[in-house]
Each structure stands twice: as C-alpha cells, then as structure tokens.
Design a protein around this ligand. Structure first.
Ligand SMILES: [Mg+2]
Length: 114
C-alpha cells in the first residue's frame, strides 16, 4: 500500500482524532510538528535511560519508554504526511527527495569533499 493510500485510510477511519492532531492550517501544523518532535525527543531520552524522571512519568501513565517512542514517532509521521498533503506534495516523493540528498552526500564523502 502506498503512503498516500495508507494515509487516506487512516484519515477516513480516525477523522475526529486526525482533525485534532493535524490542523488544516499549515502554520499551526508546523507548530504541531515541533511539539511532536519534542515529544519524540523526550521519549528517546527516557528510552536511552538518560532521565529517570521521564521514565517515572511514562510508567505512571502505564507506558514503557519504548511504547512512548513508538507512539510519538507515529504522531510525527501523521503530522508530516498532513503537512505534505497541505503542500500538495506526494507522500512517496518524500523518500525520493531524501534518497537524492543522501546520494549526493554519499558521493561527497567518497570524494573527500565532506
Ligand atoms: Mg504526541
């Protein structure tokens, strides 16, 4: 299933949740992405064992740090796909853009430019 189809299925099944998580205003979506990225960072810090306070906070919510990383990465993906949709960017093109950049940087490393 393509990313676009998976996203559309997700949206159709969870429209109310999605609207709350992914506002249609592009600027607010950018802020939402920053918020979710921060939540990923907190979860990763807990998963790495670098903060006992964050681990305790998650455990009080009934989550392991790994569960939290998984959940927050999912939130980031949803917000990213929503932003791509709002910008009329094909979801599958996101990986192509990343691959083009990785290819260029890999070639630079091999040539000793980086
Ligand atoms: Mg979140």
């Amino acid at each position: 299933m393509s990313l676009r189809k998976a996203f559309k299925k997700f949206y159709n099944e969870y429209t109310e949740w999605f609207r709350e998580k992914s506002p249609t205003d592009l600027a607010i979506s950018g802020l939402k992405l920053a918020e979710e990225a921060g939540e990923v960072a907190e979860a990763v810090i807990a998963f790495a064992g670098a903060s006992k306070n964050k681990i305790r906070k998650l455990l009080r919510k009934g989550q392991t740090p790994r569960d939290a990383v998984k959940e927050e990465l999912g939130d980031v993906i949803v917000v990213c796909l929503n932003i791509a949709t709002l910008c009329n960017i094909e979801h599958d093109d996101l990986f192509e853009s990343a691959a083009i950049k990785a290819k260029r940087r890999t070639e630079e490393i091999r040539q000793g430019v980086r």
